[in-house]
Design a protein around this ligand. Structure first.
Ligand code: SAH
Length: 262
């Protein structure tokens, strides 16, 4: 049952600069170009997390970027594929936010996503989450729980960087399925999302529990309402999308490191 306490206040803090950023990614193919470009070195997980699949790496702060911890969900030890989806994303985010390191200024969920022709999306478009995250497949029609299921958690306000990055702004809606059921479609039309993926809302929830603003940078691999099958589009566009994720994430990190005070 809903408890009597007031919910934790929800805010979208403006993030112009950051000293420390944690990046959470789902698939190794999405993460590899960025990890290479950062020159990120393997980071050992704490003992309590050493049996978990997530893969951690670290790149120190430079003049051009903040200190970065890159955490990738890793390979599912039971099924042998990338551990995509909200459960692994939440676990990875929890590990990455509980390292023996100073608290980050920002958590970023970075990855591929679906978009819609009806919303004017094109393959290769990049989005920053704004103004909030949502979930489209958590349907709990009970008092208090319905709203929890919608999971409309605020996104960190990264709007000042959007034009420099060539990013659009939009609501990012997460669900644990790659396809879009009829019910998902109705709920996404209702929640106004322009981006559909499987992790961001889970990362935002964990970020919120740790008091760290959460943003998302997503690039479109597939158009859900196109006549071409979503999986075929995804496979065809994944490698290009990973390059886009590399370049846009580096550009965002550069914006966050810039010191305009001269
Ligand atoms: N079939 C793929 C697995 C992709 S799982 C393979 O065999 O490799 C989908 C991953 O891409 C998730 O991490 C999700 O966040 C993202 N994604 C991209 N397009 C999506 C879409 N249309 N719907 C949901 N998730 C999508």
């Amino acid at each position: 049952m809903p408890n009597e306490q007031d919910p934790v206040p929800l805010q979208s803090p403006i993030i112009d600069r950051a000293e420390r950023v944690v990046i959470i990614m789902a698939m190794e193919a999405e993460a590899a170009p960025l990890r290479d470009a950062l020159g990120a070195q393997p980071l050992e997980a704490p003992v309590w997390a050493s049996g978990l699949p997530c893969r951690l790496s670290h790149a120190s702060k430079t003049r051009r970027r903040p200190d970065v911890v890159l955490a990738v969900n890793g390979t599912d030890p039971i099924y042998g594929v990338d551990a995509v989806g909200s459960t692994a994303a939440a676990l990875t985010a929890h590990v990455a936010l509980n390292l023996d390191r100073p608290k980050p200024d920002l958590v970023l969920s970075v990855g591929t996503a679906g978009g819609w022709l009806r919303a004017g999306a094109e393959i290769g478009d990049a989005f920053l989450a704004w103004p909030h995250f949502a979930c489209h497949d958590r349907r709990i029609p009970l008092p208090g729980f319905e709203v929890m299921g919608l999971s409309e958690l605020p996104a960190a306000d990264l709007r000042s960087h959007a034009s420099a990055l060539g990013c659009r702004l939009g609501i990012v809606s997460s669900g644990d399925s790659f396809d879009e059921s009829k019910t998902d479609r109705e709920r996404i039309i209702a929640n106004g999302a322009e981006v559909k993926e499987m992790e961001a809302a889970a990362v935002a929830w964990v970020g919120h529990l740790h008091g760290v603003p959460t943003g998302a940078l997503k690039t479109i691999t597939d158009l859900v309402d196109s006549p071409v099958a979503t999986e075929a589009q995804f496979v065809e566009n994944l490698a290009t999308a990973a390059e886009t994720l590399r370049s846009k994430t580096l550009a965002l990190l550069e914006c966050l490191a810039r010191d305009d005070r001269g």
